[in-house]
Design a protein around this ligand. Structure first.
Ligand code: WTA
Length: 633
């Protein structure tokens, strides 16, 4: 990725936290905590003690079958018990657990006790359907309380959830549903987006024609659109009806620390999306510890992570992290700039949000409207800000720092992935910050920048970002594909986890993430695989072959540039361009933002027939083509 790296290399500014931030913090000395984390099994053992286990583990970490690491061996625990049940016996019982807000200004509050009852009803309903421990339940729902309730209900009874992001469309949906072998889908009539209602039911109806394993569909009336009981097929039932008469009590399943918790699909550089599988105990320890210490979650906080629950950010830090810590989490359904670009700042003022976690692309987007909107509102409740999803350019960092944080709130630039489950590289509030750097590995995490053979590269030089020791919230495998799991992540550089990012370390040991080293795109912070986009193009009758690369974009970070070989008789004219845009959107959804299409006669390939996207990228950016010896002609 070419964007802004020159600026990053020159960035020398340092920002220190104010005394109050440090005094309040759980961790008052960042460097000391990093030192403490070097005793890493003891560190992660201590952190696990903060959760309630039914039975304690025999061993913190089992490394006998690398890379199939096991954490908290033989420990027994239940996530929902820790995230919901245990709070109802405390002063948090009537505290708001979920504050749901949407772009129309509707609000709904669920206390821990109310959430407890709802989750139990859902859990009992699923059990009555015959859902057992280990079965998969899929969800295609908007950002709404019922999504959290459904996920927590699964975790309570030991079912594995597989959430499909509601911004993905038919083709992507089908692929993910079929891979997960789910029998049950929970979906909704629609979701609100920029004043419109996106009809999710229509998308799932179309997708379900190609999903043979689904036996039951639970349909939430969310936007209140006109679906009647008579419109439902024999296997469909309304969400409210489904819960009717279900008891509000349900015993938590005793889960082994290593029992699966969820599958979440993400794009890889080749082939079909990867079903990233997370397990229970280590995941809980990892997300609770990182959220607690990085965002310094305290009793009086109001937490808002704008990430969608359909992605890992939402799983770990909209639902599980905050509820495990017993805080209030905001669930927001809508866009940052609707009804106007002050929408988010208005919510921060109205509710007194204290910790606010968002994506660089949203900041760059809102930055376009200048400081007018953040200045209309009183944002003084904010104490810590955070970003995730892609490198943040120093300019956006500074804008966020000045106009939203008013130069008082530190910004936590958190680097992590669907696979890592939890933040791995990030400052703590007591750290000295450099705009554009995710700073250093979280205490108890061992990361480095190395060359292809695993040797550390000199400071200041770029290399592959790797993680050298296992971490609790690590994914355990790719669903039904252990071979790909080993091959993509563990067998590339001996003995370490290869993250798929390029990075460099500076003289202070700070990490500067430079973007992906593979063919994964980051479009508005969303992870999109080139292979998936290419197959969407090729499924159109006009396209013979397609190659896709990322093209830098000032707001979205990257958008798609597609090189297309068209079938005989087709020309890339306005009408076909429109049609292809629509087609790819239908297959993949609005995440696949196409910036440009170019008709070509040939694509650069290796002798074994693999497209050399590297050459396309170099040509596009006017850089040197590098080694072309493997090129076919
Ligand atoms: C990128 C999102 C720079 C990176 C949580 C990674 C980042 C990919 C940062 C994972 C950051 C995430 N700075 N790059 N703070 N955070 N990334 O799986 O390329 O959707 O590999 O998880 O996002 O994307 P994913």
């Amino acid at each position: 990725m070419k964007r802004d790296t020159t600026v990053l290399l020159d960035e020398k500014r340092i920002f220190k936290p104010d005394v109050e931030t440090v005094e309040r913090a759980h961790v008052k000395n960042w460097e000391n905590e990093i030192e403490k984390g070097k005793n890493f099994e003891a560190y992660w053992e201590e952190k696990a003690e903060e959760l309630e286990w039914f039975e304690k583990w025999d061993k913190v970490l089992d490394e006998t079958n690398k890379p199939f690491y096991q954490w908290y061996v033989n420990g027994k625990i239940n996530l929902t018990y820790n995230a919901v049940d245990r709070w109802i016996y405390t002063e948090k019982r009537n505290q708001v657990a979920i504050l749901y807000i949407n772009e129309r200004g509707d609000e709904e509050k669920l206390t821990y006790y109310e959430l407890y009852r709802q989750v139990n009803k859902m859990a009992n309903g699923l059990k009555n359907l015959g859902v057992n421990k280990g079965d998969t339940v899929s969800m295609y729902l908007p950002m709404c309380p019922e999504l959290l309730i459904s996920m927590l209900a699964c975790a309570k009874i030991g079912a594995v959830h597989s959430v499909v992001y509601s911004g993905l469309s038919v083709g992507a949906f089908v692929e993910r549903m079929n891979d997960a072998n789910a029998k049950i889908l929970i979906t909704a009539d629609g979701t609100y987006r920029r004043g419109k209602i996106i009809n999710l039911k229509k998308i799932s109806d179309e997708a379900l024609l190609q999903c043979p394993t689904i036996e039951t569909v639970i349909v939430l009336k969310h936007t209140g659109s006109e679906i009647n009981v008579s419109d439902l097929s024999g296997r469909e039932i309304f969400y409210d009806r489904f819960l009717e008469g279900e008891p509000a009590e349900c015993e938590p399943e005793w889960m082994d620390a290593e029992d699966p918790l969820f599958i979440l699909y993400t794009s890889g550089s080749t082939g079909k999306p990867k079903g990233v599988l997370h397990t229970t105990g280590g995941y809980m320890v990892g997300v609770a510890t990182t959220l607690k210490n990085i965002f310094d979650i305290q009793k009086d906080d109001l937490w808002w992570c704008t990430g969608d629950i359909g992605w890992i950010t939402g799983h770990s830090y909209v639902i599980y992290g905050p509820l495990l810590l017993g805080t209030t989490t905001i669930v927001y359904e809508g866009a940052p700039d609707y009804p106007d670009p002050g929408a988010w700042w208005k919510i921060i003022e109205k509710h007194g949000v204290t910790k606010f976690y968002t994506a660089p692309t949203a900041i760059r987007h809102l930055m376009r409207f200048g400081n007018k909107y953040p200045n209309i509102y009183n944002l003084s409740s904010l104490r810590i800000l955070g970003t995730v999803g892609e490198p943040i350019n120093p300019e956006a960092w500074m804008w966020f720092y000045k106009n939203v944080g008013k130069e008082k709130t530190p910004i936590m630039d958190t680097w992590w992935q669907t696979e890592t489950g939890m933040h791995l590289i990030s400052p703590l509030p007591s750290a000295h910050l450099k705009p554009g750097s995710a700073t250093k590995p979280f205490p108890g995490v061992d990361a480095d920048v190395v060359d292809e053979d695993g040797n550390p590269v000199p400071l200041g030089k770029g290399g592959y970002l790797v993680i050298k020791k296992p971490w609790p919230a690590m994914f355990r495998t790719l669903y039904e594909d252990e071979e790909r799991f080993q091959q993509v992540y563990w067998n590339q550089i001996p003995g370490v986890y290869k993250a798929g990012d390029m990075a460099r370390k500076d003289e202070d040991g700070y990490f500067w993430i430079q973007g992906r080293s593979d063919d994964v795109l980051k479009i508005a912070g969303h992870r999109v695989g080139t292979a998936e986009v290419e197959s969407a193009f090729v499924s159109h009758p006009a396209v013979a072959e397609a190659a896709v690369i990322g093209k830098s974009d000032p707001i979205k970070g990257q958008v798609i540039k597609a090189f297309l070989i068209l079938k005989e008789g087709y020309q890339l004219k306005t009408k076909l361009i429109e049609e292809l845009n629509k087609h790819v959107r239908y297959e993949l959804g609005p995440v696949a933002v196409i910036g440009e299409m170019e008709q070509v006669e040939k694509l650069p390939k290796t002798r074994s027939g693999k497209i050399m996207r590297r050459l396309l990228r170099a040509k596009e950016s006017g850089e040197d083509l590098g080694d072309t010896s493997t090129l076919e002609e």
